[in-house]
Design a protein around this ligand. Structure first.
Ligand code: IFM
Length: 756
């Protein structure tokens, strides 16, 4: 099957969607899939991971670097621009096996004159700071080309401008644009080297950028190509002088040349797929969507830094303030845990490095320990405002409680760190700060919980669970369950720490008012809503079942404005049982061992028709729990919905007047989860991999790698058998549970189990 997605027409209404879809990136930066001639109006952006800025009193958001791939081409005075010229052929495509973007456009300039503009670009997977671009031009008749190419500092910002003191220079054929961010005065440097063997060049220095003008008298049907090597550095990088670093990186790339750079870039991509590709036999649509989802995760994974995590919209721009949400731990982490644990480690270390921000937030609200940010940036302080959505009817800011009340984020963080430790056995994660984070999260919950002495139980009051439509509820089942898990994890982590680093253990205990005994007491007495004896239903939060039980279509018929916010103070869902996204059902997935088949089925059946899926995080969870109860036919449409979200671009674009478009890494991670954890039924508990498949009818088989405790396994599942191979050299401790029986596999051997 081809690894190429493409579009064969130019549709100006799909510019934004396609810019997300055709993105390239390497974890250091993301480059949106816009065309060369586009600028900030079409949302062209080079979004930098982990570099944030605040302009005056607007929202803080990530910085977009000057665009080093800006190119405008004129032929006989007419601009080769898809928006203004006559386009007779246009293809935009992405080879997601190799991370290479291509466009090819044929323009009709006069009846007998056509010009072809081809461009290939990649964001180097082997050189973090590098973007490379090759452009080829051809005219059907002799013509005069004028090419303006260089670095455009007039960038797209939602809450900018973030770049100031733009300084354009040129020396030894290298253009350079340095700028300084508004708030923290970080330097952002972009350098561009070019390899061009034709035409006459002239330098164009503007206050917003630096370009070359290349004039070419082209001969009919001759091809003319040039290559651009763009390096991006900031003062946050490990370089003494980022301006110089950008300069030398682009020069080095120029010397290496496009062919070699492309080859080394592609080699890295081949390795990425070797350890992560999932092959679905029998369903091309699912195959493409799943691989594309994984591509989206690969291009934003911070393989190079433990100070970065993945923002909710990846590196596709500044939406959601470029902030990291619980999306990482709950929806993306599993993909990395099972396939690239080193990246999983970085993601979790980001939480260690942002612990101080979480401590500040807890203290601000009068609690102990660490209250992790709903929207986390580089310091861990919460970027979420108290008025995060504007009312579409009045235009006035609405008081929202995402920041104040989604306490479950601290539990999600603790869960993520413990998952990493359980999966890898890497106890350096605990001693490098992971145990401290877990301890601080548990302390936060101890201080947050209310001890109801009449009922003799701890309760978690006044929270917002994953279903954000119902704010400030009490005893949200998901939250309480996760809080209990956190306390439990903290007790286990402290036991482990006592053994591996006694000094650290004692320091943590000595430095806090909360005691181990208190946590034991909370662990034993925390209330977690349980399934009703008769109906097996778990009430989402106290008195949820007393809310109006309206059908979803009926609720939707009450919508007055397509962008109105359905939750919060005046939302139409607030007074009803309609929920935004998987909540109880997410809990059933996370604790799948603790709930029986009948309970999962009863709750899925109850909550599914009441779920609006107003968040892209929802579908994958419904897919997984449906697969878990053996209903792959229920699961499949949800799988497709999560896996195709960035291919189709069919997702909510506005909440109130807030633009929320971009890529959807949580849904991308969800696609992998739904396929591997859902349909193939994989579940690892640190020692044992359970495989309990429930494949969609049309899937003949699914095949995928698992990298567990350093050992690479290849798993193939079809309707009758599970086959596992491993090439490792030494025996290991991982066993496989299939058909409720334990199986061991020797290194270099094949395990084949018939499914009963
Ligand atoms: O974290 C999610 C939240 O659960 C629903 N709204 C969007 C956020 C970012 O993806």
């Amino acid at each position: 099957m081809s690894w190429i997605i493409k579009e064969d027409i130019f549709d100006k209404d799909r510019i934004t969607t396609n810019s997300n879809k055709y993105m390239i990136g390497n974890g250091y930066m993301g480059y949106r899939g816009t065309l060369e001639e586009f600028d900030k109006t079409q949302l062209t952006a080079t979004t930098l991971a982990g570099v944030y800025d605040r302009f005056e009193d607007k929202w803080r958001e990530p910085v977009n670097a000057p665009n080093g791939l800006a190119t405008k081409i004129y032929c006989d005075g007419e601009e080769l621009n898809t928006l203004t010229a006559t386009v007779v052929q246009h293809t935009q495509q992405l080879d997601y096996f190799h991370g290479v973007h291509e466009r090819s456009t044929t323009f009709q300039l006069a009846e007998d004159h056509i010009v072809t503009f081809i461009s290939r670009r990649f964001c180097s997977a082997s050189r973090l700071h590098l973007l490379a671009n090759e452009i080829v031009l051809q005219s059907s008749k002799s013509a005069a080309f004028v090419i303006h190419t260089g670095i455009d500092g007039d960038v797209w910002d939602i809450n900018g401008p973030h770049l100031e003191q733009l300084n354009a220079t040129a020396s030894e054929n290298i253009l350079q644009l340095d700028a300084v961010t508004h708030e923290l005065k970080h330097t952002v440097s972009v350098a561009e080297a070019i390899s061009v063997t034709f035409g006459e060049q002239q330098l164009l220095l503007h206050e917003y950028g630096v370009f070359r003008e290349i004039k070419l008298d082209a001969i009919a049907n001759e091809s003319y190509s040039f290559q651009k090597y763009v390096a991006v550095y900031t003062s946050l990088d490990d370089a003494q002088n980022c301006s110089l670093a950008a300069y030398s990186e682009s020069k080095k790339a120029l010397v290496a040349g496009f062919k070699l750079l492309l080859e080394e870039h592609q080699q890295v991509w081949r390795e990425k797929w070797k350890n992560s590709d999932v092959k679905i036999n029998g369903d091309d649509k699912a195959q493409e969507a799943l691989r594309f989802s994984m591509y989206q995760l690969h291009i934003i994974a911070p393989g190079h830094s433990e100070r970065l995590s993945i923002p909710a919209r990846g590196l596709s721009g500044q939406v959601y303030k470029g902030a990291v949400f619980w999306d990482t731990e709950m929806f993306m982490l599993p993909f990395f845990l099972y396939t690239q644990p080193d990246i999983a480690r970085n993601l979790m270390m980001y939480r260690v490095h942002t612990l101080e921000g979480a401590r500040r937030k807890a203290a601000e609200y009068g609690y102990e320990g660490a209250f992790f940010a709903w929207e986390s940036q580089e310091t861990g302080d919460d970027a979420c405002t108290l008025f995060n959505v504007n009312d579409v009817f009045t235009g006035r800011p609405m008081r929202t409680y995402f920041r104040d009340k989604q306490v479950h984020i601290s539990a999600d963080v603790a869960h993520g760190i413990w998952q990493y430790y359980t999966f890898t056995g890497d106890d350096s994660m605990l001693t490098d700060g992971g145990a401290e984070v877990i301890w601080e999260c548990a302390r936060f919950f101890y201080s947050y919980a209310y001890y109801n002495s009449r009922k003799q139980r701890y309760e978690i009051l006044d929270v917002t669970g994953p279903d954000e439509y119902h704010e400030r509820v009490s005893n949200n089942a998901f939250t309480n369950k996760l809080v209990k898990r956190t306390v439990n994890i903290a007790l286990e982590a402290m036991e482990t720490l006592k053994v591996i680093n006694r000094v650290q253990y004692e320091t943590l205990i000595a430095g806090s008012e909360t005691t181990i005994e208190q946590l034991h007491h909370m662990n034993n007495n925390l209330y977690v809503p349980s399934p009703d004896e008769n109906s097996l239903l778990i009430e989402q939060f106290d008195r949820y079942f007393t809310l109006e039980d309206v059908k979803l279509p009926e609720l939707k018929s009450r919508i007055l404005n397509k962008n109105e916010y359905l939750g919060g103070g005046n939302g139409i869902a607030t007074t009803t049982q309609v929920l935004k996204q998987a909540d109880v059902v997410l809990m059933l997935h996370l604790f799948k061992d603790q709930y029986d088949h009948a309970t999962k089925q009863a709750n899925w059946t109850y909550y599914e028709p009441r779920t609006e899926h107003g968040s892209s995080l929802s579908s994958c969870i419904y897919a997984m729990v449906a697969a878990d109860v053996g209903s792959s036919d229920w699961a499949y449409p949800y799988f497709l919905r999560t896996a195709t979200i960035d291919l189709t671009g069919d997702s909510k674009q506005y909440v109130g007047d807030l633009y929320i478009g971009g890529t959807h890494p949580a849904a991308n991670g969800g696609a992998w989860m739904a396929a591997v954890l859902g349909f193939a039924g994989v579940h690892f508990n640190g020692q044992r991999v359970q495989i309990k498949p429930s494949l969609p009818e049309q899937w003949c088989s699914i095949q995928f790698p698992l990298l567990l405790k350093g050992q690479l396994f290849q798993v193939t599942v079809d309707s009758k058998t599970v086959v596992i191979t491993t090439q490792g050299e030494h025996p290991h401790c991982i066993s496989f549970e299939i058909n409720e029986q334990l199986h061991h596999i020797e290194a270099g051997q094949e395990l084949r189990v018939e499914l009963s």
